[in-house]
Design a binder for this molecule. Structure first.
Ligand code: ASP
Length: 449
């Protein structure tokens, strides 16, 4: 049995839905389908989820929301009529949107997540109806009925373990099941969405729950490339990689796959294949638990901008018990999550995603660090980028760090931070954002050309 997930661009229009229907019906093992909300049809287009968020925020702010509402209805209406399916489906889709709008109007705390979920819900209703229209046995399955139980964290749901046993029951069903991605329900039946891009998470949860033989994730690229194709022309595709490698790569800039989505599949050791809806015969990229040793120790280069370095120094910090905890406690108190915390003898850097520490919070955090920790210096450096080289076995190989640092040298980019940490599959470098592209290009030359 295969669980197949289709991303936003794969369900963006009636033509795309026709393509995915061919993919689904060409293999009878493809029995459980998870879908995203309609995404972009062309580069300037707007994703339905973004329109829904725009609508919700306008309603909350009490400003005009007619245009966003009109665009959402017209996106779904266009798909339904182009597919030639019964217009009653459109009524169901519209009713769900209207009910969520009412929830927001009445200040119900579930309103926003409920509205955000209408994108994937609409896709699933339409695709299941289209399968039936073509004579296949298609069934829409709501995440509540499927048994996807989550913790109550609006916009950031986390799956509860009970879900997996419930999902296993889906194996009994005979139809092709179409499940909307991106949301689940709390044990007291509140709808909660995952973080953005979270349909990948649903797909992985469902694959783990039904103990699928394969989780296929259809997107709009032939395979995962070893480096961001916006930075390097025609980069090498990756045919196979391990969960751990993908986890590291998707953390820093590999937006092909949600970084939280691997865990459920990984726990059940279900292989994941990333494929292209627009070129389904291409082999794609396989992600598996283990691989025999490969010749290339570095399999990918990930990079992402938008970080800052909170640098703190204090003479004899190494002798002060609890310093690190108290520093991180201040961040916790202020609701700031951190990414890495490399430290020296008398100093410590805390790497934070830029948007997690807006200017007003920055002032509070800096003042508290000065007052409560009596440090010699506290500095915030914004415009940082992280570059990560990734590969199993890399750390047992002599000379990788040396090749990497000489690549930075050749590019004339200063390394602000190096973190090999305890992860055995990656090495991370912090640089100023302006040096990101040339450093990545130089690393690509070193390891892949
Ligand atoms: N539609 C949601 C988003 O745009 C989830 C997804 O597509 O995976 O974030």
């Amino acid at each position: 049995m295969k669980v197949v997930k289709f991303g936003g661009s794969s369900v963006a229009s009636a033509d795309q839905i026709k393509k995915i229907t061919k993919i689904i019906t060409s293999d009878e093992e493809r029995r459980v389908i998870v879908v995203s909300a309609p995404g972009k049809r062309f580069s300037e287009d707007v994703k339905v989820t973004d329109l829904l968020i725009q609508l919700g925020e306008s309603l909350q702010a009490g400003i005009d929301h007619q245009e966003a509402y009109r665009q959402i209805i017209s996106r779904f209406g266009g798909i339904v009529s182009d597919l030639g399916i019964d217009s009653s489906v459109m009524e169901t889709v519209k009713n769900k949107i209207d009910q969520s709008v009412e929830l927001i109007r009445s200040n119900d705390s579930t309103g926003m997540d409920s509205l955000k979920s209408c994108g994937e819900d609409g896709s699933a209703l339409i695709i299941s109806a289209y399968l039936s229209h073509l004579g296949y046995k298609g069934a829409y399955v709501n995440p509540k009925e499927a048994g996807i139980l989550v913790r109550d964290q609006p916009g950031g749901a986390l799956v509860l373990d009970e879900s997996f046993e419930r999902l296993y029951q889906l194996r009994e069903r005979e139809e092709t099941l179409v499940i909307p991605g991106f949301f689940g329900f709390t044990p007291d039946e509140k709808l909660v969405t995952f973080s953005r891009g979270g349909s990948d998470i649903t797909g992985s949860i469902v694959a783990a729950g039904v103990k699928a033989d394969l989780y296929e994730n259809f997107t709009d690229v032939d395979s995962v490339f070893c480096v961001n194709p916006m930075l390097v022309d025609n980069p090498r595709p990756m045919t196979t990689l391990t969960y751990r490698e993908m986890r590291e790569l998707s953390y820093a800039g590999f937006s092909v796959f949600h970084d939280e989505a691997l865990i459920p599949a990984f726990k059940e050791k279900i292989p994941v294949c990333i494929k292209n809806t627009n070129n389904p015969s291409a082999p794609g990229t396989m992600i598996v638990a283990e691989l025999p040793e490969r010749e290339d120790h570095v399999v990918g280069i990930a990079s992402d901008e938008g970080f800052l370095n909170l640098y703190v120094s204090k003479y004899l910090m190494n002798r002060e018990i609890g310093f690190g905890r108290r520093l991180l406690q201040i961040l916790e108190d202020e609701g700031v999550s951190f990414e890495h915390a490399p430290s020296g003898i008398d100093d410590m850097s805390v790497i934070i995603r830029d948007h997690h520490l807006p200017k007003d919070k920055e002032q509070v955090v800096v003042r508290r660090i000065k007052d409560e920790l009596q440090v010699d210096m506290v500095l915030i450096e914004r415009d940082m980028a992280m570059i990560m080289i990734v590969g199993e076995g890399m750390n047992q190989t002599v000379g990788i760090a040396s090749s990497a640092t000489s690549a930075f040298h050749k590019a004339g980019v200063n390394i602000e931070m190096i973190n090999q940490g305890s992860s055995e599959v990656s090495m991370m470098f912090g640089v100023k954002s302006e040096g990101l592209a040339s450093a990545v290009q130089s690393l690509y030359k070193t390891f892949f050309e």
